[in-house]
Design a binder for this molecule. Structure first.
Ligand code: PMP
Length: 397
């Protein structure tokens, strides 16, 4: 039986969310999460996944997962330090380290878990973290967990970062100071100013931490934002996810051998949560092999992203500050953004409305995620729908 105080808490808050249009209804897909998805028996062009390269549906990954599941079983059996580390986990980490150009890598069950694990393994109450105000929720939670003093700087504002780094260092209050940023910001698609961040870090002796969930597989020939700027030896922590461009599930920290040795003995999601299953690890290995051996999928992704972004701009829409395949179509008003996304759904296009509190008030946008496996016909179908609905709602003329 639910207690009365819990029942009233849940009812009141759920009703408030619904009344304010903030309750997210989750729809289930009747089939794979590909470039076209089926919901309630209807096919829709899917512009909402993070399956950048289409690898989630790639036969080579599926076959690798099946073979490893047959050989090793469905689960890895234990926490890795007890006896859950399979040869496959080690192979994946060695391949990832080579791919990222770092000494070592440690894999986790998700990208979210990496941020829970890595920040609190090195930072504590005696330290400070300079964090971009638009950093991902898992960074925010990871920082809180560490109990370090969190100092937010304005989004990609290097003047603000420099001033706050200077002040924190001059205060003499903190043992270690870290600067932490997304490599690619997930709601706008802009890239962190890593060369300036590295400069500031060198000047004020900051630990550097880049969460490259949306840059890995997309920038720097696939190796990510750090490689894109040629800064591989200047960043202490590189976080990657295995769930987006790599197409499977999991996350990893790439860095020095000493850092990885420390995480193995001090990061709690590694020490107290069961390792990734063999099928997933083998599929990730197959994906890294593909990324390493060919740029074909990355160039298709970028071609499709440019096509969609140019198409939207030609129609009179703004795609904001994006520098990557993440393609926000800026609408502004929250209600208009929700209506736009709903009309797209009715017209056979699945693209989510992103509104406050995920983004600042008045900056609602429909976020489009083109992938390497969308055909031009699919993108044209989406652009036609954008044109019709944009005119209907008076947003373009
Ligand atoms: N960091 C960033 C910047 C992300 O965008 C995401 C995914 N939304 C994550 C971490 C979490 O990754 P995962 O889905 O692998 O847990």
């Amino acid at each position: 039986m639910t207690s009365r105080s819990l029942a009233s808490f849940l009812t009141e808050n759920l009703e408030a969310l619904k009344a304010n249009g903030l309750y997210n209804t989750i729809q289930s897909l009747e089939g794979p999460n590909g470039p076209v998805i089926t919901i309630d028996g209807r096919e829709l062009v899917n512009l909402s996944s993070n399956n950048y390269l289409g690898l989630a549906n790639d036969d080579r990954l599926k076959q690798a997962a099946i073979r490893a599941t047959e050989q090793y079983g469905a689960g890895s059996g234990a926490v890795r330090t007890i006896n859950g580390t399979l040869q496959l986990h080690v192979e994946l980490e060695e391949k990832l380290a080579k791919f990222k150009g770092t000494e070592a890598v440690l894999s986790y069950q998700s990208g979210f878990n990496c941020n829970m694990a890595a920040i609190s393994a090195v930072m504590g109450p005696q330290d400070a973290i300079l964090s971009d105000e638009l950093n991902h929720a898992s960074i925010i939670d990871g920082c809180r967990l560490s109990r370090a003093k969190v100092i937010r700087y304005s989004h990609s504002d290097m003047e603000d970062l420099r001033n706050k780094a200077k002040e924190a260092r001059a205060s003499g209050q903190y043992e270690k100071i870290m600067v932490i940023t997304d490599g690619v910001f997930s709601m706008d698609g802009d890239i962190a100013k890593l060369p300036e961040i590295v400069d500031i870090a060198e000047q004020f002796d900051l630990i550097t931490y880049v969460d490259d969930a949306h840059g890995s597989g997309v920038l720097g020939g696939g190796a990510g934002t750090v490689k894109h700027f040629g800064l591989s030896h200047k960043i202490d922590f590189q976080i990657g996810t295995l769930s987006k461009a790599v197409g499977v599930v999991g996350g990893y920290v790439a860095g020095s051998r000493e850092l990885i040795d420390w995480l193995k003995v001090r990061s709690r999601p590694f020490l107290f949560s069961t390792a990734l299953p063999p099928g997933a690890v083998a599929a990730c290995i197959a994906a890294i092999d593909i990324l390493h051996s060919s740029q074909e999928l990355q160039s298709k992704l970028w071609d499709n992203a440019r096509y969609l972004q140019e198409g939207l701009k030609k129609l009179g829409f703004s795609v904001g500050a994006t520098e990557t395949p993440i393609t926000p179509c800026m609408i502004g008003d929250e209600a208009a953004t929700q209506t736009f996304s709903q009309r797209l759904y009715e017209e056979g296009v699945y693209a989510k409305a992103i509104v406050f509190p995920t983004v600042p008030k008045g900056t609602g946008r429909v976020r489009n995620m083109p992938t390497a496996i969308h055909t031009r016909d699919m993108l044209d179908q989406a652009l036609d729908a954008y044109e019709r609905i944009g005119r209907e709602l008076g947003l373009i003329h």
